[in-house]
Design a protein around this ligand. Sequence first.
Ligand code: KG4
Ligand code: ZN
Length: 359
Amino acid sequence: MTLILGIETSCDETAAAVVADGRRMLSNVVASQVDLHRKYGGVFPEVAARQHIITILPVIEEALRTADVGWDALDAVAVTRGPGLVGSLLVGVNAAKGIAWTRGLPLIGVNHLEGHVYSNWLEAEGNRPDKTFPVLVLIVSGGHTELVVMRDHGCYERLGGTVDDAAGEAFDKVARLLGLGYPGGPAIQQAAADGDPTAFAFPRAWLPDTYDFSFSGLKTAVLRAVQQLERDETAGGRKLVPGSPLPPNVVADLAASFQQAVVDVLVGKTLRAAADVGATEICLCGGVAANRALREALRRASPLPVSIPPLSLCTDNAAMIAAAGYFRGYRLPDGFIGDTLDLDVVAHLPLVSAEGGRS
Ligand code: KG4
Ligand code: ZN
């Protein structure tokens, strides 16, 4: 059995986990900073980095304690090295280096996106840990929207991605526009629950003949609709006082119509890509994969098996980093691939195939 300690601090979650053989979670501890950043309406990078410093060691200790594992039982340390906020990444990477050096453990730098991909390999409800390649992966997070085909472990062929806003970014921006607060994704989902997804005919950017996505036109369409409603004398059957918030039923309809537009495009393009590459299975991952409408629509529409992690593994966590570290470190044809102690953080890091991966 190979035990990997995973560490994740790329944004505003301080996380540590112990995972056996890349699949079985012995612990998965996440300290959220969401309350700290709420008053800024988004993640404040300097505040995030400072909070990681305070939280990282207790979180790691809790991960070991919950797993009932001592330092000596660990085989390697895997840590997110990018993409993300540099100040935040530095805290996790330096903690991992300190542990690797003092305990004489291999260090594995992990791409955060690869972590999201491997959240689908963890043993958890909704996941299909045993897979046959090729697998089609849709990564939808706050910073990324990527369609990738995997023909083997560590082998990523990018089919397309967003040409402007990421899906999660669109949720966050539209939530702000509708006065729904932060974080935007869960707030839109909640507001949309009481809304009519057909109330507003928002555009779907299909970008034909590509696997790319675009969400900025949709965001602008929501803005225009809000401005129009504010100009109108009445909205939702009630008289609007200029400058006052929109009535909740109108906000619900806007949220539901926006969410439906995002879901339609994500599901439609994913299914087409899966058919085109002859995928055996579709994997959904990243923070937006927590969206109920998206999960249900993809499961309903897909002729292929669909793997979607439970909510706690969709948003940022360290179990997925440990899993990715295991498959990158131990499962490639050339054997173990580790990093040296000069491993650095990288703010913008594309998802690339591992050395030794057969692409
Ligand atoms: O993967 P993640 O935790 O962090 C990044 O790597 O970016 O994703 C965060 C994103 C945010 O934009 C958040 O609004 C979105 O995921 N999100 C959701 C939901 N839960 C989180 N979007 C839609 N519906 C949700 N239920
Ligand atoms: Zn993420």
